[in-house]
Design a protein around this ligand. Structure first.
Ligand code: DX5
Ligand code: ZN
Length: 229
C-alpha cells in the first residue's frame, strides 16, 4: 500500500501566530512540518532560521520537521538546525560546492539528509549520491515564494525519479514541493511522490481540516488505483 505524507509549508502560515497555526494544521491531519529557510542570497526572499524552529519545539510541536534549506553557503547552518530540533535537512544540490561532504555533515549531526533539485536541474546529478540520501526533493516551482503555479513538466521528472529510486534499491523518500493543490495532488502522488508539500493551498484555506480531508480523499483514490494495478 502506497503511503503518502502531507507536509504543509509553514512559509504560508500566519507568522504572528506561528506556533498556534502549526499546531492547528497538524491537528487538522498533516503528518509533518515543511520549514522553508530562505537567505535572500540563494533565493530572492528571506524567511526563518534555527531560533524559530527551536521556538516551535519549545511551543510543543513534536511532529517531524523537514527543513528545506534554500541558502548558500549551506554547511555552517546545518549544526544550528540540527541542534534546534530538525528531523530532516534538505539542501539544494546547486548550492553546495561539496555535496557529498554536506550530506555527511547532516548525518553527523543526527538528521536525515535530503537533496533538493530545482526544476531545471537534471536527475543525473544524483548518480553518485543514491546510497547517501534519505530524501530527494523535486521543486515543482522555482524556489523563493509560496503561491506559485505548479510546473507541469515536473510530473515527467517525478516519474523518472520514481523509477530511479525503485531501481536503485535504497530506501529514499521522494518529496515534491511547490504549487500542490487539491486539484493536482492526486496526479503528483500517482507520478510517484511519497511526501507532498503544500503551503498556500492549506494555509490560505479558512478550514485546514476541510482542505486536508479533500487532499487525503484524492490520495486515497491513488492508493486504490495503485493497489488494483
Ligand atoms: C518554495 C518553497 C515551497 C513553497 C510551497 O521555494 O520551497 O515549500 O513555499 O508553497 P506553495 O504550496 O504555496 O507553492
Ligand atoms: Zn520548500
Amino acid at each position: 500500500m502506497r503511503q503518502f505524507l502531507l507536509a504543509p509549508s509553514i512559509i504560508a502560515a500566519d507568522f504572528a501566530r506561528l506556533g498556534e497555526d502549526t499546531a492547528k494544521v497538524l491537528t487538522a491531519g498533516a503528518d509533518m512540518v515543511h520549514f522553508d529557510v530562505m537567505d535572500n542570497h540563494y533565493v530572492p526572499n528571506l524567511t526563518i532560521g534555527p531560533l524559530v524552529l527551536k521556538s516551535l519545539r519549545n511551543y510543543g510541536i513534536s511532529a517531524p520537521i523537514d527543513v528545506h534549506l534554500m541558502v548558500k553557503p549551506v554547511d555552517s547552518l546545518i549544526p544550528e538546525f540540527a541542534k534546534a530540533g530538525s528531523n530532516f535537512i534538505t539542501f539544494h544540490v546547486e548550492a553546495s560546492e561539496h555535496v557529498d561532504r554536506t550530506l555527511q555533515l547532516i548525518k553527523a549531526n543526527g538528521c536525515k539528509a535530503g537533496i533538493a533539485l530545482n526544476p531545471a536541474t537534471p536527475l543525473s546529478c544524483l548518480e553518485y549520491l543514491m546510497d547517501k540520501i534519505d530524501i530527494i526533493l523535486l521543486m515543482s516551482v522555482n524556489p523563493g515564494f509560496s503561491g506559485q503555479s505548479f510546473i507541469s513538466a515536473s510530473l515527467n521528472k517525478l516519474q523518472k525519479a520514481r523509477n530511479l529510486i525503485d531501481k536503485c534499491g535504497y530506501n529514499i523518500l521522494l518529496e515534491v514541493d511547490g504549487g500542490i493543490k487539491v486539484y493536482n495532488i492526486g496526479q503528483v502522488a500517482a507520478a510517484g511522490a511519497d511526501i507532498l508539500v503544500s503551503g498556500s493551498a492549506i494555509f490560505d484555506h479558512i478550514n485546514y481540516k476541510q482542505v486536508i480531508a479533500k487532499m487525503r480523499c484524492e490520495l486515497k483514490k491513488v492508493q486504490i488505483l495503485y493497489n488494483e494495478s
